[in-house]
Design a binder for this molecule. Structure first.
Ligand SMILES: O=C(O)C(=O)C[C@]1(C(=O)O)C=C[C@@H](O)C=C1
Length: 122
């Protein structure tokens, strides 16, 4: 796709639906909010990276001791806890549950890979 003048963020023409914001105060507010969103997204990435470092160690431990990759009882406790935290934080508990399940599914996939490689994770 080629870049025309109407694609430029400062362009006034065709603001609706183009992503362009004409009002400087609105643009400043949008930029301020987006900077916070970028910081939060960075924090999420760093927190997830730390979480996966922990779960990789759990995966090695489980593989070494011939434990199953998944622990549904632990997951049920985590989901109940996270739904409660979400409610208190005014976050949709169903979304919190979906997110946790998404992450755990990836962790279990990693655990299976580690177990399949002889428990070393190498
Ligand atoms: O706690 C464990 O046993 C893990 O393997 C970690 C974890 C998780 O990511 O929180 C992943 C898989 C299990 O089913 C439960 C929890």
């Amino acid at each position: 796709m080629s870049h025309s003048e109407t694609d430029h963020p400062d362009t006034v023409v065709g603001a609706a639906g183009s992503g362009a914001v004409a009002d400087p105060a609105v643009r400043a507010e949008l930029t301020r909010l987006r900077e916070s969103i970028d910081n939060i997204d960075a924090a999420v990435v760093h927190m997830l990276a730390e979480r996966f470092k922990c779960t990789q160690q759990v995966g090695r431990l489980k593989a070494e001791h011939r434990l199953p990759p998944a622990d549904p009882e632990r997951e049920a406790r985590q989901i109940a806890r996270l739904r409660n935290l979400a409610e208190n934080a005014r976050l949709d508990p169903a979304f919190a549950e979906k997110l946790l399940n998404f992450i755990i599914a990836e962790v279990i996939r990693h655990h299976e890979t580690i177990a399949g490689s002889g428990g070393t994770g190498e």
